[in-house]
Design a protein around this ligand. Sequence first.
Ligand SMILES: [Zn+2]
Length: 212
Amino acid sequence: MKKEHDVRIDRSKLHPWMNYKLTCLLRECGKKGIYLIVTEGFRTKEQQDALYAKGRTKPGKIVTNAKGSNYSSQHMWGIAVDFAINDSKKLYDTNLMRKVAKIAKSKAVGLAWGGDWKSLVDTPHLYISKWGSTTTKLKRKYGTPMIFKETWKAKVKRPVGLILWQDIKKKKQYFRVANNASVKVLFRSSIKWYAKVEKNGKIGYMNKKYLV
Ligand SMILES: [Zn+2]
C-alpha cells in the first residue's frame, strides 16, 4: 500500500460538512495505516446521466440506480464520496473496505456507508446520513442541488464581531470573525443554539442566530 492518500476530486465542490468529514476520515485511516484513493465526489447532472447510461443504453455493468435528471444521486447534492484502497493490488479488497467503513462510521468521522444498503450494495460509497439514505428528503425540502447549495454559506451579522472556538486537543482556542464576514456552514443544529462553521480552513461553533 502506498503511504499517502490520493484525493482525485475537487473538494471545493463538496458540501463543507462532507469536506470536513473527509478530512476526519483521511486522518483516522492514516492513523491505522490505511491509505485511500478518493475517486468520486460532486457530480453534475450530465455526469450522473452518463453513469446511469452504463449497462442500460451504453456498454458495461449497471453501477447506479440514480438518474441525473431527477437528482437522485447523493453525489449531485455534494454529500457523498467514493473511495478505493491506494494499493493497485487491493483497490477494492473486501477486508480493507470493511475496515474503512468501520472507521467512517465511528464517532470520529460520522459517515454512513453504501455497503449497508440492501439494493445495489455500494461498498465504495460514503455519505452524510442527516437526510436519510436516499435523496427523497433533500428533493422535498430543497428541490434542486442549486438551492441546497445556498445553505452551505452564510453571512455573519453582529457588529462587535464574534467569538468562535475550536477544540484542539481539549484546549479551547478562540478566534474572531468580523461582522459581514462570510462563513461556510457545516450544519445548523435544529434543537440547540449553535451552528458549526468554517472560516479560512478553521472549524468552529457559533450562535446560529448570528448567521443570515
Ligand atoms: Zn458513490
